[in-house]
Write a protein of this length. Structure first.
Lengths: 114, 113
């Protein structure tokens, strides 16, 4: 079945430094969609980024990610971390559009310190 | 905007009893509703996907007999955890799909005593 792997369960950064959270995936579907969700404690996870076409960068709220089918990756990046970026980040995969069925990675806790 | 409400937010039940949780989509028409469970120290695991007027599809390790789901219209879904035991504890998340996005509720946290 589908799987998503996120490395670095806990990432701690100093404010202003760049952010990179890794996400790789496995699926038999050639047109799978990848997502990054942000989850704050006791709140609803919300969508940060959704993949576009192969090798195309998508951006939102200062974060960006590029789907690379050749390496099955969708890493999340930001040039300068802010204190408010501290949260739990999930990478997730949908085998094709609008399935309503997501496979989640284990999540990465990002902590940004002053 | 699109919102998903879940209630109750937290619940405690005795081992062997059942517990019903609800999911309400507001501000959009949900073409499907997915129920996930996050057990302690684990990620979100899909229980079942429900599309109105279609059969509910359960993932491996989850059954209708244990997690019956009702999805009577585009905005409401409920799921019951029957005969809950310790391994059923965790955060139950509802995700409603509208357009190209899946919107999540805040979850129902189930504690089993």
């Amino acid at each position: 079945g589908d799987s998503v792997t996120q490395t670095e369960g806990l990432v701690t950064l100093t404010e202003g430094l760049p952010v990179m959270l890794n996400c790789t995936y496995q699926t038999i579907y050639s047109n799978a969609f990848l997502f990054w969700y942000v989850h704050y404690l006791n709140e609803s996870p919300w969508l940060l980024l959704r993949s576009s076409t192969d090798n195309k960068r998508t951006e939102h709220q200062g974060f960006h990610a590029t789907l690379h089918k050749s390496s099955s990756s969708f890493h999340l990046q930001k040039s300068s971390a802010q204190l408010s970026d501290s949260a739990l980040y999930y990478c997730a995969l949908s085998p094709y559009t609008n399935t309503g069925k997501l496979t989640f990675g284990d999540g990465t806790v990002l902590t940004v310190k002053p | 905007g699109a919102l998903v409400y879940q209630y109750p937010r937290r619940t405690i039940c005795k081992s062997g009893t059942s517990m019903r949780m609800e999911c309400q989509a507001v501000g959009f028409q949900a073409t499907s509703v997915a129920w996930y469970r996050q057990s302690p120290q684990k990620t979100f695991e899909l229980i079942a996907l429900s599309t109105v007027n279609s059969a509910i599809k359960y993932e491996q390790n989850f059954t209708q007999e244990k997690f019956p789901i009702s999805h009577p219209n585009l905005s409401f879904s409920s799921m019951t955890v029957l005969n809950a035991y310790l391994e059923d504890r965790g955060l139950y998340l509802c995700g409603a799909t509208g357009g190209y996005e899946q919107y999540f509720g805040p979850g129902t946290r189930l504690t089993v005593l």
